[in-house]
Design a protein around this ligand. Sequence first.
Ligand SMILES: Cc1cc2nc3c(=O)[nH]c(=O)nc-3n(C[C@H](O)[C@H](O)[C@H](O)COP(=O)(O)OP(=O)(O)OC[C@H]3O[C@@H](n4cnc5c(N)ncnc54)[C@H](O)[C@@H]3O)c2cc1C
Length: 422
Amino acid sequence: MTAKTRQTQSFDVIVLGAGIVGVTTALHLRRLGLEVALVDRKHPGEEASFGNAGIVQRNGFVPHKVPTHPLKLLGIFLGQSSAVSLDPATVLRLLPWIRQFQKAGSERGAEIYSRVVAPLRAFAVQEHLELARSTNADRFYRQGGWLHLYRSEDGFKESNAERQYARVFGVAYDELGDSAINALEPGLKTGGLKALHWLESCSVSNPGAVVDAFWRGFIREGGSSFRGDARRLTRHRSVWQLSCERGEITASQAVVALGAWSDDLLTRLGETYPLAVKRGYHMHYRPLSGASLSRPVVDVENGFALTPTDNGIRLTTGVELAARDAPPNPAVLKRTKRRAEELFPLGRSLKDEVWMGCRPCLPDSLPVVGPSPLTPGLWLNFGHAHDGFTLGPITGRLLASMIAGKDPLLDPAGLSPGRFFQ
Ligand SMILES: Cc1cc2nc3c(=O)[nH]c(=O)nc-3n(C[C@H](O)[C@H](O)[C@H](O)COP(=O)(O)OP(=O)(O)OC[C@H]3O[C@@H](n4cnc5c(N)ncnc54)[C@H](O)[C@@H]3O)c2cc1C
């Protein structure tokens, strides 16, 4: 097609970014009767939404924290921790963000976080299951919850606040010792372990395939999908315009759901959010001697997860604070694998290359969901941090109802982008 013959197609909304957040926002907008164009530079669900641990978490009421224990800090700075890895230059650059993150991890911060996140979590599992049923993705979902594993008594004590909030919000869990863990997951090497079994959560065997199924549902229901670079979005007389591979698209409303890349566009539009990136890795393994897992297990003190997937056991790592676009550092996965093998016989790796992805993180560990406070016609849905697979569909529903002018399912005030402009 030559430039002259390229057509302009008009929509009500352009959704930028086709990770789980963008795809589900687009699907919900479509179901509310709007004409929707979904744009990504790749096939949907190929970034963070592809490579995560696939846990849809009913619990999770305490925000992530900066470690304070001297031995933990020493391990991190010596490059021995599997929970947190650091690139010193990135840490220096992120110091103001880290200070805000530390504040949000205080008792008061946890209170705020829990109050905002609890209503989202109350709907998140159901929202996934409903979307899965209507898009033929239910074959990827499994019940049975997930396990938080603790190797030390001190580690278990650190879960006090999480257990307390779970009781406040009426979320069920079981406390398990070695033999009960063994009965649930005979493949795990126990020996002094404690666990919390979060019964009401679910998980998936292939996160990328789930996003792909949601996207196919969006297309079947009349949505349009385009390849293009979101950074080229422009606005002329209250109309958004974007030149995509298949031509020009326009709309009066645009949604930024670009995950860790959201600030690439927003800074061009004159908006700055304290968005940082926590990188993470995964690798798949064929377990030794027929060992298996029936649900995801997370070693809380060492920051990694083991998830049974369609392609073997997926080991996902903790957090790496490094520049978003820096090359992957295979040492992070190596270190994590050594710790994981103390719990489970991983066996040989099933992929040639380590996968790396970027968690988009705001310092209060909550996403921004709502209208831009600065740019008319612009809506934001990003910053889902460690929880985007869980919360993407419910924040997608929430934002779609706001854009369509419907009563939102829950109060979005705590997620307002305006909280960073006070
Ligand atoms: C190792 C790891 C384990 C995790 N485990 C879990 C878990 O078990 N449960 C959970 O709930 N969450 C988990 N998460 C977090 C979760 O994966 C993320 O929060 C979530 O996937 C973010 O979704 P998103 O749609 O915002 O971003 P993404 O999935 O990263 O999507 C962003 C999209 O924007 C597109 N894009 C970027 N720039 C441009 C551009 N210029 N033009 C066009 N398109 C562009 C990208 O191609 C991409 O498709 C984990 C994350 C990691 C890294």
